[in-house]
Design a protein around this ligand. Structure first.
Ligand SMILES: C[S@@+](CC[C@H](N)C(=O)[O-])C[C@H]1O[C@@H](n2cnc3c(N)ncnc32)[C@H](O)[C@@H]1O
Length: 253
């Protein structure tokens, strides 16, 4: 699955504000001078911009994605090594890593993929830091009677195949945490929600049509219900509040 650069740019400030600062600091502390960090599903390099200020300047990055245009942009913005890789089919290129990272990726992947990643991390005794995995919680203020059904539709869509097999969606971080704990890792999971308010109106307005589009194709909802909900939500994008639940995970051996 690919994501437009404009969307990745729009969400980056909210992502950076939402990251759990304690886990971000603990992840950064695992990488010594000259160490290599491998970021899976790197997009345009948001994780580099979030983590590099907390790392030694000599730390090296290997950025991995299957979208050539996005990866080219990541290389241009960060100057890091880039690796074009279809993670759904190829082994993640994590050899030599002091830390493997990902952000906004775990909700796309399948249980089988998580098990393979956990095996690869264990074999290399490599720590893993995954930020901003959607956890299934979506809430708005003011509320609308259609909110629970729209959230249910979004979460059902989250579990559809995104090229890795049936997606874990909101369970991604939890399933990976269990897989890593079973292999002896110590795993910390912390909340990192987007708390969006009037200053985030552009991001909220961009989020809403995507939710409405998946809900419109969902059996439980009539088109008119979705349209009413979208009109109400767009009308409140500039003065309402929206919480999108995420979690950050740090696993060490
Ligand atoms: C939601 S975006 C997050 C990007 C970036 N980590 C960030 O936080 O801005 C998910 C990223 O995973 C990449 N991706 C999705 N499926 C992939 C796959 N099968 N193989 C490699 N990369 C993939 C997408 O191209 C995209 O850049």
């Amino acid at each position: 699955m690919s994501f437009p650069i404009a969307w990745l740019d729009l969400r980056e400030p909210a992502d950076h504000a939402a990251r759990h600062s304690g886990l971000r600091g603990a992840a950064a502390a695992l990488v010594g001078a000259g160490g290599l960090v491998v970021d899976l599903g790197c997009g345009t390099g948001s994780t580099v911009r979030a983590l590099q200020p907390h790392l030694a300047r000599s730390v090296r990055w290997r950025l991995v994605d299957h979208d050539a245009a996005v990866l080219r942009e990541a290389g241009r913005r960060t100057g890091a090594e880039t690796v074009l890789c279809e993670l759904a089919r190829e082994d993640p290129p994590i050899e030599g890593a002091a830390l493997v990272t990902a952000s906004a990726l775990l909700d796309l992947v399948s249980e089988a993929w998580v098990e393979r990643l956990a095996d690869a991390l264990k074999a290399r005794r490599c720590p893993f830091y995954a930020a901003l995995s959607y956890d299934g919680c979506l809430s708005f203020d003011p509320a609308h009677p259609g909110d629970p059904a729209m959230t249910a539709a979004l979460n059902a869509h989250q579990r559809t195949d995104k090229e890795f097999g049936p997606a874990l969606g909101p369970d991604g971080a939890e399933v990976l945490a269990a897989a890593l704990r079973a292999r002896g890792f110590e795993v910390r999971v912390e909340a990192s929600p987007w708390r969006l308010g009037p200053g985030d109106a552009e991001l909220v307005a961009a989020l809403l049509p995507g939710i409405a589009a998946v809900a419109a194709g969902w059996d439980g909802l009539a088109r008119s219900e979705v349209e009413d909900w979208l009109a109400f939500r767009q009308g409140r994008a500039a003065d309402g509040q929206c919480l999108v639940g995420h979690v950050d995970l740090l696993a060490t051996l």
